[in-house]
Design a protein around this ligand. Structure first.
Ligand code: ADP
Length: 210
């Protein structure tokens, strides 16, 4: 969160003189109370300033970084995910590459009938398959994907911060978003979305209010 010069000045005044009323802050800055209102609203909403009736504004002691961590920690994957782009496990490497281009994604989720997670095919997985020189029209995607149970997943209720940590620690670009469902052949993971580095970038820009 980037603070304006005026917001920085307000924080400095509250740090020295707090608790302090909005009117007193305005006087110190030679501004009207009304002119200050939007900045005070931003600073209290972001959690940097606290406000108590009849007492005034005070510093909460939170750093801007804490505020960002707080917001990221409270947003769930469900609020930031993208639609899944998937192919069936019976698809060829060729068709998977075509889907990557048509859907403009770097990671394809591979599913069995019913949309259950089987694997993940990345750009480099497909490049590697193509470089073998074999006929990629006849090569099933399942031979060059990373398959279950080695897939790192997230679920709609997970916090984006945790999902982001998984992307980093496993050094992958995307996570299938799954829900667990009971089937005749046991518990399976149904794919309901994908969570990628782009989702985090978008959230990051949204949080900055841009
Ligand atoms: P690229 O290989 O195109 O740079 P990634 O870094 O996402 O893309 O993928 C690296 C490797 O990790 C690939 O072999 C891919 O199959 C695998 N992979 C990608 N996403 C996941 C995931 N969510 N869980 C497990 N493995 C994955």
């Amino acid at each position: 969160m980037e603070l304006s010069k005026r917001q920085e000045a307000i924080l400095a005044i509250v740090k020295t003189y707090g608790p302090i009323t909005g009117k007193e802050i305005a006087d110190r800055l030679n501004l009207s109370r009304a002119a200050l209102r939007p900045d005070l609203a931003i600073l209290t909403m972001s959690g940097l300033l606290g406000a108590r009736p009849r007492v005034g504004y005070y510093l909460t002691g939170k750093e801007p970084a804490d505020v960002i961590a707080g917001v990221l920690g409270s947003v769930k994957v469900a609020q930031a995910l993208s639609q899944p782009v998937a192919v069936r496990d019976t698809s060829s490497v060729y068709d998977t590459i075509v889907t990557m281009f048509v859907e403009d994604v770097g990671t394809i989720i591979v599913v069995s009938e019913g949309g259950f997670l089987e694997g993940v095919a990345s750009r480099k997985d497909m490049l590697k398959a193509a470089m073998t020189g074999k006929n990629i029209n006849k090569m099933p995607v399942s031979v060059s994907m990373t398959r279950m149970p080695n897939i790192v997943v997230t679920h709609p209720e997970e916090h984006v911060l945790q999902a982001a940590q998984k992307l980093l620690s496993h050094q992958v670009d995307a996570l299938p978003v799954v829900v667990s469902v009971k089937t005749d052949s046991g518990e399976k993971l149904q794919v309901v979305g994908r969570f990628t580095k782009t989702n985090i970038t978008r959230l990051f820009v949204q949080l900055a209010g841009k």
